[in-house]
Design a protein. Sequence first.
Lengths: 344, 143, 327
Amino acid sequence: MGDFKFAKDKLAEVVGALKDYEVFAPAAVGDVLRFKEVEDASSVSFDFKNTNVPPKELMFPETETLFKFRVGKTDIEPAVPDESKKRLVFGIRPCDAMAYTIVEKLYSWDYPDPYFEKRRESSVLFGLACSEPVPNCFCTSLGGGPGSEQGLDALMFDLGETVYVKTITDAGDTVAKAMGLEAAADAEKKAAAAQEKDALGKIKRSIDTEGIPEKLPSLYDHPFWEQFSDRCLSCGICTFLCPTCHCFDIQDEMEAFDGRRARMWDTCMFPEYTLHTSGHNPRPTRKERTRNRISHKYSYFPEKFDVIACVGCGRCINYCPVNIDILDILEKSKQAEAKEAKTA
Amino acid sequence: MSEEYEPNILAFLCNWCSYAGADLAGTSRTHYLPNIKIIRVMCSGRVNPLFLVNALQQGADGVLISGCHPGDCHYLEGNFYARRRFMLMRKLLEHVGVDPGRVNMSWVSASEGAKFKEVIDETVAKAKEAGPMDQFRRRQLNW
Amino acid sequence: MVDETILREKAREVLARDDVRRLIGWKRGTYGYESAPAVLKDASQADELIFDPTCVQNPASFITLEEKLPVPRGQDPDTRKVAVLVKGCDSRAVVQQLVEKAYTRDGVIVLGVPCTGVVDRRKAQKMFGDTSEPVMIKEEGDKFVFIIDGETREGPRAELLADKCVRCRFPNPLVYDELVADEVAVWGADEFADVDEFEKMSPPEKWKFWEEQFSKCIRCYSCRNVCPMCYCLECVVTKQKPQWTRRSTDVSENTAYHIQRAWHLSGRCIECGECERVCPVDIPITTLNRKMTRDVKELFSYEPGVDVEAEPLLSCYNPQDPEEYIM
């Protein structure tokens, strides 16, 4: 596809030139970054690493109304997302975009989810390649990388004074033209390639995922999980901030005679998640819950969809308050497995 | 809105003193403001501060908790616990930026029908001064 | 200064006892400026234990986090003790848990660790940046010496100490069976200047501040779960019938959650600062707790977590309690 560029100090003009799109970009509240709809194009900046809350919330919001209803009436008022306006996600990191391609498999399987799909279809993703990966990034171990193009429509490289834009799909090309970008020269392409190589060298952490999906089930009852689960708080940080975690709860919220059915993020780390009406809980302790989180990502999901449900963004490691490190767990699982194999 | 703002007040009255006091106000034909909705509880000590937060969420502009005078509690000490609790809750709400005039407490005995009227008048006046409670009211349903 | 060999030796002795089930302390984290809480079950693991300014976590939180499953018929419940390493602030959590009868004094073995302050990860990250290797931190006079990726860096102690340590009045454990080092001198004082500063704001300003903060909340409940005083088996915010707080995240429900949390901790918060440390979206949660702590002290001359014999604040009363707000 095409190669474009624009001067970085023209960022506001470039974003502002798009009239037919709702633009979403990272915005800060204090030190916390998350994707928000851009109201003022001059507030858009490339000066960030990873957002605290992943942009999964653009396709799968924290809380969303599915439909509204009124007691005593038979008709309901569905709240299907409005697709009349195209959405542009500006500055999404390659790992977060790759996460969409993973979650998509689930949301389009079996019973397609109209809410997720409509948002995904109407969105154009303009990625921003990483020049300074965060210390706990390990995307390269999972088929991603600082310049990975998976799921993106265009990828931007911040080269200091200019921004090189490489369009990947027709949709990306259309948007780049609507922005009025000029064509890029070989110099920018080379600089972008050099930047990607440099960024690759800065990724310090990694895991060899070979064999993990097949071997994890054999460790189902292994005591090594307790090393981690004993200090787990059972909070929702790792799953809520995970770009590929996709579980939700559905609740009816009533106010006198009006109500809505809403869905909101849920997490397998809460004991309530698996609590049966009878009072029985199949995952009564933190051991089962920790095991489920890791096994779902690295074993159950790949079994069904042939892809590990992890993109290596490092959020669960960065934000876990008790240092439960997914790479450490996987490393220890390999050791435990090797030990088992030896004694067997 | 051209009409004058009329606050919604939720009152938790204890069964033994304040509810009887309200009853007396009614039977003696004392006119008190109609902004108040009464919930009868067995004791002011029964009122969980959670009720108060929930009331403010669901559209109350002010809350009144009323019990027996100290020492007169039917259960001997329920109102002493309530006094501590709501003292702290008021302070907390104030810290979050909610007008403390929305949280009121009073001691009204079964014979104080006239005092009950005064309490209601004052509660309503304070809530009027504070204006509509729009800070953390539930708005999930905007039809 | 705490000698880690003595600490490990004492821990080993305790873990070797037949009547001890587990020991909770700290071990080296896998990256960055914080240690990891360690739950050890065997004396051979005692060498994993550390104590240095990276040990911010409150091990007392993990005593009550352990799930108690129903004991199968015909089996006896495991009544062995839990051993716990505590800094001064952490020991207040143990005191308060004992006051509330969360467990009995016989059920725990407390190893006290006199502490000279721990480093705030956020402050250190701002000063020295992130790293994917575990950082070693030592205290030298009024400086902290860091070893980050093999490089030695220094920073002033006053600027890097966690907020709770700046105003720490209890560096030495208040309850213990054994101390692993000599007691240290108290350096801090607490005048609640931060609360006074906050209260200068007008009510609309206060609400504007909290509205922004609460709207960030993703309701992961890490602040609740990490809190050593939040150990209820069933929490009102996750209860479904009746449902007091809805699960949807918006300003209304988030505010209701935070008010309830702060309220339930009034007269119980022992100011270990864990809630604010764990928050993934940086909500200044202790600001609410500090306000309650100060008011409880002023109104009822009560301080939680200092006296094992005390009665919990809200399950007692004084007929002379202030009541100027009551009509």
